[in-house]
Design a protein around this ligand. Structure first.
Ligand SMILES: Cc1cc2nc3c(=O)[nH]c(=O)nc-3n(C[C@H](O)[C@H](O)[C@H](O)COP(=O)(O)O)c2cc1C
Length: 153
């Protein structure tokens, strides 16, 4: 999306955040195939602290299909830490990749025992520069209602 489109739509990512070859629809498939993904090592090497959040897979929220409530609770943990970090002006970048296939290696390095599993990880640090990209937020009235779904404030 262009900056103008993004400001109007209020959701999504600015096209300029991607490498130039990725911005042309026709070239995208080839460009993505040619580009090898960066390693997690590259992502975290400048970070003074990486926090890895683990949870006990044996402990489940009762009466919750697929432990949705348990996952929701981990999201609350993430959000609380995020708000505090923001208050302290500490940069907080969640890295979902830690809970994916690299988890096996992460477990080995950090000696994480069974039945614990990685939920997510966070890169923490005082930002050296402020992000210069366009950040969008939807207007609250565009997705909240009063007394009944769809009823405007
Ligand atoms: C559940 C979740 C997973 C995320 N995973 C990643 C990730 O793997 N890598 C990353 O760079 N950012 C990740 N983010 C962070 C978002 O990219 C970013 O912080 C968020 O969209 C807010 O961006 P903004 O404040 O600049 O608009 C994740 C955020 C959430 C809520």
């Amino acid at each position: 999306m262009s900056e103008e489109e993004l400001r109007q739509k209020k959701v999504g990512i600015l096209g300029l955040q991607f490498p130039p070859a990725w911005r042309e629809r026709e070239q995208l498939a080839t460009a993505m195939k040619d580009r090898t993904p960066g390693t997690l090592n590259e992502t975290i090497k400048g970070s003074p602290a990486v926090l890895v959040v683990v949870y006990d897979t044996k402990k489940r929220a009762p009466a919750s299909e697929g432990d949705v409530l348990g996952m929701l609770s981990l999201g609350c943990v993430m959000e609380n830490m995020w708000l505090m970090a923001q208050e302290l002006e500490i940069g907080f970048q969640i890295m979902s990749a830690f809970s994916g296939p690299v988890q096996k290696e992460v477990r080995k390095i950090l000696k994480i025992p069974e039945p614990m599993a990685v939920s997510f990880a966070v890169r923490l640090g005082y930002p050296a520069v402020q992000p210069g990209y366009v950040r969008v937020r939807r207007d609250i009235e565009s997705f909240t209602y009063r007394n009944a779904f769809g009823k405007k404030w």
